[in-house]
Ligand binder design. Sequence first.
Ligand code: AKB
Length: 315
Amino acid sequence: MKKMLITGALGQIGSELTNKLRDIYGNANVIATDIRQTNTEVAVNGPFEILDVVDAQRMFELAKKYKVDTIIHMAALLSATAETKPVFAWNLNMGGLMNALETARELNLKFFTPSSIGAFGPNTPKVNTPQDTIQRPTTMYGVNKVAGELLADYYFHRFGVDTRGVRFPGLISYVTPPGGGTTDYAVEIYYQAIKNNKYSSYIQKGTFMDMMYMPDALEAIIDLMEADPSKLIHRNAFNVTAMSFDPEQLAAEIRKHIPSFELSYEVDPVRQAIADSWPNSIDASAAADEWGFKAKYDLASMTCDMLEKVKDKMK
Ligand code: AKB
């Protein structure tokens, strides 16, 4: 990768990814795009363009104008929002992906887009979920993600587009808040712990989901994109994870730093049903074997860092 265009660059992953890529590849070589410009570092540090990913023509023209060699397609509606607006989610998630893949095909670009643990469903083996297994998701987001994995494979096999991707678990970060996801509770809890010493979780105790700290997610994207293609057996949907916990375990870790922290529950049936349909823990050994994936942060080290950074941010 030398010059790249990122969609959804002001989102939870996009904003940190853009900064990291600019540090590595140079500010001018990372073209940030999003549907609207908010006054963030990303929009002023280097090239920024307004792009609605359903506008195929503009996506193509921007990629051509900046002569990029890679497209990193991050713009998408997350699981909980997609469930409330399924038609809009289909049009945005699938339309945006199709436009990005077509741009990559026409201009011969490398391509990255994330899938998710949401690509699995209630019939998937729940523990240590294998890389290749039954998926059959029951959410619109999951349907989009499975279709996206297959579509990206198709563009590789049919047209030779160098498509790559991972299945992200819930991502935890302190820079840009997530929005509309099922795993967002695991971010909110840190802010509430510092602000109010308590948190009311919309996810029930005993609900385990895979999670990863943002620095590991960013490393994973870059490592996969720079990996030797001859080593890749899979391409578009590598399971990656760093930890699996339920709200009680997360609260217990927070109490090591804030002993008076209180956790209560007000379960949201929509997000709980989504979480119940996802695996408890996934197996990331294919990513480890094929391109050396290894997360650095576990629950303890992530919690230490999150509490420190969120505290600084709130000063
Ligand atoms: C969500 O909760 O929708 C996302 C995801 C796991 O894909 N964080």
